[in-house]
Design a protein around this ligand. Structure first.
Ligand SMILES: NC(=O)c1ccc[n+]([C@@H]2O[C@H](COP(=O)([O-])OP(=O)(O)OC[C@H]3O[C@@H](n4cnc5c(N)ncnc54)[C@H](OP(=O)(O)O)[C@@H]3O)[C@@H](O)[C@H]2O)c1
Length: 386
């Protein structure tokens, strides 16, 4: 039996993870399940998976969670410190699936236990960068990439050396607006942006896919996970989302990982690593698919990948500023307060007016994150919708 904690259990990645755990129930002991404010869903999952503890980030929802889990013997708690305490409980595997920089402190708490962390929460690594990779090295933790692209690269690198890599190519679906022109993009609504053509994901990452910031964040994530140098990291648009990423070696061989657009595949790879496990995912039918297409990215219509590459090149606090500004701008878009194309514009504006010193600790990263949010919030609140 192995033990697992799932941070962000009520989300899309959390649900996919628990779907797999349910199929091998006898092999897993669930230690902690966490959510933000969705007490009902957390309680439902807790009754099904019987964790030691169920934790909400939002302390106002604790009475509701307590009522729902009364008499079950499952511990309940809420608030930031409770989340960190739950993430610190020793486990074989932590699935870090909180969305946004809100997941950084709990993910770092899990890393500090020196265990294995399946990282879906890309914003945490983008923001903390070297602070997180240094903690992984210091505590002897293992980071397994859950993001389908990084998991693909991880699989393509198995048995090879990073020093032999000529190029790593991240594939991008291009999102729901891949073929839209600039005028159409300016009219894009939140309902249209969250309707991803291939993947069923949470709202924030769906908007990031539509702006291509998701690929930008993934570029920075790849830079930390697979340090081959930024000039060896590239992005290609692949609308079918069948090839999840590729690694080209110095001898001209390119290895790719293919699979259905179902997050349970990369999650299963992390759950079973270094072995494999069965999944209920539809196998690929390449003959039915017929062809796979690839095209270059268009940074005129989708400037987010350019901003992210510049942030990665600048390093220091810049990726954290980029991430925080993006989180605030995406939230403002989802609330209908700013237009779609303003998301990248606000990120760029924030980057140009705020340049903090490189963070040396988790506290520094969290401070940069907070201040960046305030800057972007100020910009979005004082600016027009278009
Ligand atoms: N979805 C995918 O297919 C996919 C693929 C690759 C990578 N990822 C990455 O995985 C992460 C999760 O994505 P998702 O699509 O699963 O997101 P999601 O469906 O929106 O779920 C987010 C989870 O985080 C919790 N949460 C939100 N804000 C929080 C806060 N302030 N403090 C503590 N917990 C909080 C939510 O709880 P409540 O339910 O209570 O709000 C929920 O459990 C993201 O970093 C995303 O980029 C996702």
């Amino acid at each position: 039996m192995r033990s697992i904690s799932i941070l962000g259990a009520t989300g899309s990645v959390g649900a996919s993870t628990l779907d797999l755990i349910a199929r091998e129930r006898e092999q897993w002991r669930v230690i902690a399940l966490t959510a933000n404010g969705n007490a009902e869903e957390l309680a439902r999952l807790a009754k099904q998976f019987r964790p030691e503890i169920a934790v909400l980030a939002d302390a106002n929802k604790l009475p509701q969670l307590r009522d729902l889990l009364a008499g079950t013997g499952i511990e309940t708690a809420a608030g930031r410190e409770a989340l960190i305490e739950a993430a610190s409980r020793p486990v074989d595997l932590t699935l870090a699936a909180i969305v946004g920089c809100a997941g950084l402190a709990p993910t770092m708490a899990a890393i500090e236990q020196g265990g294995t962390v399946g990282l879906a929460n890309k914003e945490a690594l983008v923001s903390a960068g070297e602070v997180m990779t240094a903690a992984v090295a210091k505590h002897g933790a293992t980071l397994l990439p859950v993001d389908s692209e990084h998991n693909a690269i991880f699989q393509c690198l198995a048995g090879n050396q990073l020093s032999q890599v000529r190029k790593i190519t991240l594939t991008a679906s291009g999102g729901p607006f891949r073929t839209w022109n600039a005028e159409q993009l300016a009219t894009a609504t939140p309902q249209q942006a969250v309707k991803h053509p291939n993947w069923d994901m949470g709202a924030k990452i769906s908007v990031d896919s539509a702006t291509m910031m998701n690929k930008g964040l993934e570029l920075i994530e790849a830079h930390h996970l697979f340090p081959v140098g930024l000039d060896r990291l590239s992005i290609i648009v692949h609308p079918q989302s069948v090839v999840h990423s590729m690694v080209e070696y110095r001898d001209g061989s390119t290895l790719a990982q293919l699979g259905p657009s179902d997050m349970r595949v990369p999650i299963a790879s992390c759950l079973a690593w270094p072995r494999r496990m069965d999944t209920p995912c539809e196998p690929l039918d390449l003959a039915a698919l017929g062809s796979l297409n690839f095209e270059p990215t268009d940074e005129q219509r989708f400037p987010a990948t350019r901003l992210a590459r510049q942030a990665a090149e600048a390093g220091g606090a810049v990726p954290a500023v980029l991430n925080a500004a993006n989180e605030v701008a995406v939230a403002a878009f989802l609330e209908g307060r700013i237009g779609f194309t303003r998301i990248a514009a606000y990120v760029e504006e924030t980057l140009s007016c705020y340049a903090p010193a490189a963070p040396g600790s988790l506290a520094d990263v969290l401070a940069v994150d907070q201040e960046s949010r305030e800057k972007t919030r100020g910009l979005t609140e004082s600016a027009p919708i278009a």
